[in-house]
Design a protein around this ligand. Structure first.
Ligand SMILES: Cc1ncc(COP(=O)(O)O)c(C=O)c1O
Length: 250
């Protein structure tokens, strides 16, 4: 804005974000929507993890709170059906006016552009997703009941294991996500490529340096942990190995 350029849209993951695991509180969602309306800004709400709550409710989506059609909601079946499906959906009810004055909605325009840039979407992948939805009465929540439980158990296991291996005063801290399967650990040393290679070779456990997610530096002493694909036993073992690595590096 200082350079005279006006942002048109803001991309964000308000529920159990990748990579941070954080969520946006309801008050902040409402504030952001007010700013978006005031500044003529669109919000691109990407929500692939929203179903996977750890406990209780989550705040309504930005789209559910949207009164001024500021939000374009992006859904993916990568986490709720299968990874690599590359099938998603978009809620884009913004009105658009063509050069000839014809009116329509943004979703229809996006659908045409998507179709042209990717030469349609694999019918096989769509059939699998469609079959799953039909089987569960078109309710993603029912289709994912077991998965929600599984991810909940995994995140709980990870949080428990961290608390046991890194007591207060250990110099290691982390956030406690309300859902999803990522969290960020802060450690007392730099966690770049060399540390990751050493940890993988010597201790047999992988994580992601948070610095990978920054454009201009940041996250140098932080790592992202993911527990989506691991059994509780593997999570226990992984945290034990991580603790051995951190003990040797710190
Ligand atoms: C924030 C976010 N959006 C989207 C995706 C993937 O969606 P898709 O495979 O449908 O493109 C992921 C995970 O891979 C993600 O973390």
């Amino acid at each position: 804005m200082r350079t005279g350029r006006r942002p048109r849209a803001l991309y964000l993951v308000p529920d159990f974000a990748n990579p941070s695991g954080t969520s946006m509180p309801r008050a902040a969602r409402e504030e952001l929507l007010a700013v978006a309306a005031e500044e003529d800004l669109y919000l691109l709400e990407d929500n692939p993890y929203g179903l996977f709550t750890r406990s209780g409710d989550r705040p309504p989506t930005l789209k559910a709170l949207d009164r001024h059609r500021r939000v374009v909601y992006l859904g993916s079946f990568a986490k709720t059906c299968f990874p690599g499906a590359r099938v998603g959906y978009v809620l884009a009810d913004q009105p658009v006016v063509g050069p000839d004055g014809a009116t329509g909605v943004l979703a229809d325009e996006l659908s045409k552009i998507k179709s042209m840039t990717t030469v349609n979407t694999s019918p096989l992948a769509q059939a699998v997703v469609g079959g799953m939805l039909v089987t569960y009465g078109c309710r993603l929540r029912s289709a994912n009941a077991e998965r929600v439980e599984r991810y909940r158990e995994r995140l709980d296991t990870l949080l428990d294991a961290l608390a046991r291996h890194f007591p207060p005063g250990s110099g290691v801290t982390w956030n406690v996500p309300a859902g999803g399967y990522f969290l960020v650990l802060t450690v007392p040393f730099a966690t770049g490529e060399a540390a990751l290679t050493h940890c993988a070779r010597e201790h047999g456990v992988l994580w992601t340096p948070m610095s990978y997610f920054y454009v201009d530096g940041g996250g140098e002493r932080q790592i992202r942990l993911s527990c989506s694909y691991l059994t509780p036993d593997q999570i226990e073992e992984g945290v034990a190995r991580l603790a051995a690595f951190i003990g040797s590096a710190g």
